[in-house]
Design a protein around this ligand. Structure first.
Ligand SMILES: [Zn+2]
Length: 265
C-alpha cells in the first residue's frame, strides 16, 4: 500500500520560509466548537510540521518546491535563533528512542555505549532529523539538544526552560563531583564520579558553594583551552574555603574514551 502524503489545505502564508527554527508559531484554524481556533506550525531544518490537538490533523511539508526567491530566504534564515526558551519544555515532535544508524554512529564516536544511550534516554526526532539529548532536573525535563546528523544547519538546536540555570547533572551518590562543560563529558565521567555539565553557564561562586554543601571534593575539568580561567576560579574558591581543584588534560574530556577519563580520576 502506498503511503499517502499528509493532506492539508492551509494558506501558503502559514509556511513562512523565514520563521524561527524549532519554534511553534500559531495560525488561525477553526476545526471545532472549542474556543481555541489556532494551529501550531513549527519550522524545522527540513520544512514545516504541524499538529492540532483538537481534530488530530498532523503532517509535514518539505521545503523542497519553494520558489527560488523563497528558497534563498529559507537558506539565509536557517541558523536563526539556535536556541529558544519555554516556560515548560516538551519533547521534540515524534521523539523516539529508536535512533537511526548514523545517529548511533555519532554517539559511539563520542564514546557513548548502548547502556549509556539507554540510561540517559537519548533519542531521535524524525521531524527534526536530529539526535536528541535530554536534560533533567529532579525528574523534570528542563532542556534538550538536537544535533544535526547531516549538513543541516544549525548543527545544534537548543531548547531550555526559562528563568533557571540549567546543568546536566549526573548524581549517583559519589563523594566527589566533576564540573565539565558539556553533556558527553558529564555522562562518561558519571561512571567514576558525580558530574555537572555547565552547558552554557559560567563557573560561579554560587555553584561552588552549592556543591561544597554536598561533596567532599569538587574537580573542574574544562579542557586545555580554559585552563587559565579555571586556575583563577580555583584560587578564588580556595580563598573562600571550598575544596575545589582542577584536572588538566591535553584534550577536552568530551573527546576522551571512558577508560581514558578513568585514568585522570
Ligand atoms: Zn484542528
Amino acid at each position: 500500500m502506498k503511503i499517502q502524503p499528509p493532506q492539508y489545505d492551509f494558506p501558503e502564508s502559514y509556511f513562512d520560509p523565514a520563521a524561527p527554527i524549532g519554534e511553534w508559531v500559531r495560525y488561525h484554524h477553526d476545526c471545532s466548537n472549542k474556543p481555541d481556533k489556532s494551529l501550531s506550525i513549527i519550522r524545522t531544518p527540513k520544512g514545516w510540521g504541524w499538529k492540532c490537538h483538537r481534530c488530530g490533523i498532523h503532517g509535514f511539508k518539505s521545503a523542497r518546491g519553494l520558489s527560488p526567491e523563497e528558497m534563498i530566504k529559507w537558506k539565509n534564515t536557517i541558523s536563526n535563533k539556535p536556541y529558544q526558551e519555554e516556560k515548560e519544555v516538551q519533547l521534540p515532535p515524534e521523539f523516539t528512542e529508536n535512533i537511526p544508524p548514523e545517529g548511533l554512529a555519532w554517539l559511539y564516536t563520542m564514546g557513548l555505549t548502548d547502556t549509556a544511550i539507554k540510561e540517559y534516554g537519548i533519542g531521535y526526532s524524525p521531524v527534526y532529523d536530529r539526535v536528541i539529548l535530554l536534560v533533567y532536573d529532579d525528574e523534570e525535563l528542563v532542556a534538550w539538544h538536537a544535533k544535526s546528523l547531516g549538513i543541516t544547519k544549525p548543527e545544534i538546536i537548543y531548547m531550555r526552560k526559562k528563568g533557571m540555570p540549567i546543568y546536566f547533572k549526573v548524581q549517583k551518590g559519589h563523594s566527589r563531583v566533576v564540573i565539565v562543560d558539556n553533556i558527553f563529558a558529564a555522562i562518561k565521567i558519571g561512571q567514576f564520579a558525580d558530574s555537572y555539565g555547565l552547558m552554557t553557564i559560567k563557573l560561579s561562586d554560587a555553584l561552588a558553594k552549592n556543591l561544597a554543601n554536598r561533596y567532599d571534593k569538587i574537580l573542574v575539568w574544562l579542557g586545555p583551552r580554559k585552563e587559565r580561567k579555571v586556575s583563577k576560579f580555583i584560587i578564588r574558591q580556595r580563598a573562600l574555603g571550598y575544596p575545589v581543584s582542577a584536572i588538566k588534560s591535553d584534550k577536552n574530556p568530551k573527546i576522551l574514551l571512558p577508560e581514558e577519563i578513568g585514568e585522570y580520576l
